[in-house]
Design a protein around this ligand. Structure first.
Ligand SMILES: Nc1nc2c(c(=O)[nH]1)N[C@H]1C(S)=C(S)[C@@H](COP(=O)(O)O)O[C@H]1N2
Ligand SMILES: [Mo]
Length: 461
């Protein structure tokens, strides 16, 4: 048996929280501004606030909250980091990451690699899948601390005001990121504002709240986790379930009801919720036959059979591109060299063809790996008269979308698998997949694999 000793991590935090254990004698004499202010706050309690009798679950307590907290402490940083990495993969150095202007929230940039080719897909699968799978855990964590929303007074010191404000950023931030993220993978443009801009700045609000919250709560989380054994809880039936001892935070109900479920049951419920979300979404990252099980993600499903029967986000119809735009009159224009070079599809097919099996991985988390055939971008650069291209600016025939252009990094232009694809899986590209020609580059974010290419400008370094 160990006995609690003063000087343990939790102690100082707890006495600071109640603020009642030690009163500086000098403070007692002067009724300075803060003192009467906090007292007044405590006296005028709005209805419904105070140690509420409403919250009676015998499961609530620091241990249960800390179990959910520990899971989120480990996993939410992975969701956040993959999100920020995705921003960098969009190549902000070319002004094509959204938002373009981020002021002092600028990220350290690095050249996004082209290998392994599934790198961006993996990053986005982790970001989107983990983000979705954590929704039940986030909700459970919020449920477990509901009584804290109604404590009164909400704060007894300036330090506690800061703590409460950080909670507002944290909870507001995480719900905003989940809300915008989920809407974006379900629908196209449902926002009156840019999804990317909102999601980026929302992430920083969340990060600020998260960092402050972890700094304040980590010692208490460790103490609470040590207060019970997880294995023991997993062996405890509903009938044997007892409330945790009353805590300074007011999580534990003063007059708890009898348990309707054990802690094991509650953890199992949240865990199966996450598992269900995983099963109904993971198919979009695996692709192929598994795609049909991605029921929560309508865009992850298959589009018919045949060589062109894979995922389409944006159809030619939506992009206002008809057969006439891509008929016999279509020319690819290459610029950047001494003279512009114009090629029709037959001329492109007469050039050396290269085949590569490459994924398209969208920011939304879906991925589809296909076999593409076409002309190497570096061969096109050489043909245009640019021996060492520093970047390539690709334009689509499309005139109505946000994704009608892309700039590629030097390594993306020069990679031997980087193609202007003319064919896929042994057949001509379908109109929806970008006929007559589309860009396909290993590990490039999906959005920059421009369809219905009209021109490429090879720029010197
Ligand atoms: N011209 C053009 N190319 C485009 C797009 C577009 O809207 N217009 N969408 C991009 C996006 S967001 C992705 S993920 C890939 C694959 O999209 P798809 O499923 O519409 O083919 O193509 C990219 N190429
Ligand atoms: Mo995309």
């Amino acid at each position: 048996m160990t006995t609690p000793q003063s000087g343990q991590p939790g102690d100082s935090a707890e006495s600071a929280q109640t603020g009642a254990h030690s009163v500086d004698p000098a403070d007692r004499q002067s009724e300075s501004f803060p003192r009467w202010w906090w007292r007044g706050m405590a006296r005028y309690r709005p209805p419904g606030f105070g140690r509420s009798r409403l919250w009676r679950s015998p499961l609530r307590g620091p241990w249960l909250t800390s179990v959910f907290g520990a899971v989120l402490l480990v996993t939410l940083p992975a969701v956040t980091l993959t999100g920020l990495v995705s921003y960098i993969a969009y190549a902000p150095q070319f002004g094509q990451a959204i938002p373009v202007e981020v002021g002092w929230l600028r990220l350290p940039l690095f050249t996004w690699p082209t290998h392994p080719s599934w790198l961006y897909g993996l990053n986005q699968s982790v970001h989107v899948l983990l983000g979705l799978v954590l929704i039940p855990v986030v909700l459970a964590k919020l449920w477990s601390v509901i009584p804290k929303l109604f404590i009164w007074p909400q704060a007894r010191s300036v330090a506690q005001v800061v703590e409460r404000l950080s909670l507002l950023l944290l909870v507001g931030g995480v719900l905003f990121e989940i809300g915008t993220g989920v809407l974006n993978i379900q629908y196209d443009y449902v926002f009156g504002f840019s999804f990317y801009t909102a999601h980026y700045f929302g992430a920083w609000v969340f990060i600020a709240g998260f960092v402050v919250h972890v700094a304040i709560k980590l010692p208490r989380l460790i103490t609470a986790l040590r207060s019970r054994s997880l294995r023991g809880e997993l062996r405890t039936s509903r009938a044997q379930t007892r409330p945790e001892p009353l805590d300074v935070d007011g999580l534990v109900a003063v007059r708890p009801d009898a348990p309707t479920v054990s802690r094991r049951g509650a953890l199992g419920l949240v865990g199966s919720g996450s598992l269900l979300v995983a099963v109904l979404t993971v198919g979009q990252s695996i692709g192929g036959w598994a795609r049909q099980f991605a029921l929560l993600l309508p865009r992850g499903r298959s589009y018919g059979d045949g060589p062109n029967g894979f995922q389409i986000n944006r159809t030619a119809e939506a992009a206002l591109i008809g057969p006439r735009d891509v008929g016999a009159g279509w020319r690819l224009v290459l610029t950047g060299g001494p003279e512009p070079v114009k090629l029709d599809r037959a001329a492109l097919l007469a050039m050396p063809q290269h085949t590569a099996r490459l994924p398209i991985a969208c920011v939304e988390g879906w991925m589809t790996t296909e076999t593409w055939t076409g002309v190497r971008l570096r061969d096109l650069a050489a043909l245009a008269g640019v021996a060492h291209p520093g970047s390539a600016y690709v334009r689509s025939l499309e005139a109505v979308g946000a994704f009608d252009r892309a700039t590629l990094q030097p390594n993306q232009v020069r990679d031997p698998d980087s193609l202007l694809a003319l064919r896929v899986n042994g057949a001509d590209l379908s109109l929806d997949h970008g006929y007559p020609a589309r860009v396909i580059v290993p590990a490039l974010p999906g959005v920059h694999n421009t369809k219905w290419v009209r021109s490429i400008e090879f720029r010197s370094p």
